[in-house]
Every structure is written in structure tokens, then in C-alpha cells.
Design a protein. Structure first.
Length: 254
């Protein structure tokens, strides 16, 4: 009888310790993102965006006081891929990435298209294959780069990736590339900024992908953490908050 009680007490102590470790893990989660308006971006020192507000709403439900760090996408991506207990947003769930991360729910819808200078009326893309003859720029390790590679664009031949969205934009403006493959809402947001007011206009040439951006977690993140975030996202969708955030940023409801 005494032995049974001791075993029961030890089991309780072990369970309590494991529960505390799981609680500490979610409280200490490292969250990274990039400058990617209107989904996630810094404005006057404040992190904003549709994805940002959804993640912050989930954190609030989970009573987690966590900082969100903004890095260039390639750095944020590598941190989330290799550092334990790390959350990254907003990220496309591509075949290449599926096994490299644990996945949270869908955050926001995204449409990706080719854009060209309005003056380049010689550029005509009626089907995806028409774009193979042009030099396409996009962001390195970004969602669109993965999508284009899956569509048989070849790095160094007709696909040229830059370190950031701004660099890709400049490639189009300076003629180093013919087409800019990027999410429509991001391009609209960037080109509407006052600092770009006098720059050449762009036109949408052809859209090649409609999908969603997700929350991703490093493989070293506890499954319980991923599950708790997914439950919080479900509550946000259910209480109408999700719809309100998408409407605020003029994004189509997913």
C-alpha cells in the first residue's frame, strides 16, 4: 500500500514537472517575422498588419506576453528552421517546407501575380509558360520564390531573387528584371507609399497563385504549444475577430 502511494506521488511529481515545462515553453516562445505589408510591418516603431493582429490576438487569449522580432525574411526563416521553440509568420505552406516545420492554422489569403512597368507594353503573358522568356525577380526564400520554382522557373536563368521586397522592386524600376513576381497586396501597399509617388507605374500582367499564409513553428517547439495556438486561432475565427481584421486591411475573407 505504501509503495503504491509512493509510486502515485512520484508520478504526480513527474507529471507536474512536465506540465510546468510545457507552460514555460509557451511563455518563452520566440516569435519572428519580416517587413511584409499589409500582413506584417513596422510603422513608426509599431508592429502592424493583418497577420500581426491575428497573432497578437492569439497571444492575448493564451495570456502570453511575448516580443515579436522583425528580421529580413531569409534570417527569420533560418531562425525558425533551426532554433527550438520559435514561431514564424506569415509563411506559405509549400511542399519543400512541410517537413521542416510544425504548422499552425492559416492566417491570411494571398494572391501572387507578375507585375511589369506600365511602359513595358512589349511584355505579354497570357499563360504561365509565356513568362518563362522573361527575367523574373522576387524575394529570396520567400513564398513566391518557392511557388515559382515549383512552376519550373530556374534560378539564374529566368528567376532572380533579391534579399528583400524593396530590392526586387528596384530591379523592376532599373530594368534589371522584366517581371516582379509578388503578392498583389504587398505590391499595392509598397507602390502607394508617398516615397514612391514619382516612380514609374506598374501594371498587373498575370496572376499565377492564390493560397494562404500560415503560422509556422520550429520542429523543436512542443506539440502542446502548436495545439494551443491552433485552438486560439479557432476561437478568433469563431468570435468574428478574424473577419474584422481582414476587413480592416481590405483582404478577402478566407
Amino acid at each position: 500500500m505504501v509503495r503504491a502511494v509512493v509510486v502515485l506521488l512520484l508520478s504526480f511529481v513527474v507529471y507536474s514537472a512536465q506540465a510546468e515545462q510545457r507552460s514555460l515553453a509557451i511563455q518563452d516562445i520566440n516569435i519572428v517575422t519580416e517587413q511584409f505589408p499589409p500582413y506584417n510591418y513596422m510603422s513608426n516603431g509599431v508592429l502592424k498588419g493583418a497577420s500581426t493582429e491575428i497573432v497578437q490576438a492569439a497571444l492575448q487569449l493564451l495570456k502570453i506576453d511575448a516580443n515579436i522580432s522583425v528580421y529580413p525574411w531569409a534570417r527569420a526563416y533560418q531562425m525558425a528552421k533551426h532554433h527550438p521553440n520559435t514561431l514564424i509568420f506569415s509563411m506559405a505552406k509549400t511542399p519543400e517546407r512541410v517537413k521542416s516545420f510544425k504548422w499552425g492554422g492559416a492566417l491570411v489569403p494571398v494572391e501572387s501575380c507578375f507585375f511589369a512597368l506600365d511602359s513595358r507594353r512589349d511584355i505579354k503573358v497570357n499563360k504561365l509558360e509565356d513568362a518563362y522568356q522573361y527575367a523574373v525577380t522576387t524575394q529570396r526564400e520567400g513564398n513566391t520564390e518557392h511557388a515559382l520554382k515549383n512552376m519550373n522557373f530556374v534560378a539564374g536563368k529566368n528567376l532572380f531573387s533579391s534579399v528583400s521586397a524593396d530590392s526586387s522592386y528596384m530591379s523592376i524600376l532599373t530594368g534589371r528584371a522584366d517581371l516582379w513576381g509578388f503578392p498583389t497586396q504587398v505590391v499595392k501597399n509598397m507602390t502607394s507609399q508617398s516615397k514612391h509617388a514619382n516612380k514609374p507605374k506598374l501594371r498587373k500582367v498575370f496572376c499565377f497563385d492564390v493560397s494562404y499564409l500560415y503560422i509556422g513553428f520550429s520542429l523543436g517547439t512542443p506539440d502542446e504549444t502548436v495545439e494551443q495556438f491552433n485552438q486560439a486561432l479557432s476561437k478568433i475565427r469563431g468570435n468574428g475577430q478574424y473577419k474584422q481584421i481582414l476587413a480592416k486591411y481590405k483582404l478577402t475573407k478566407g
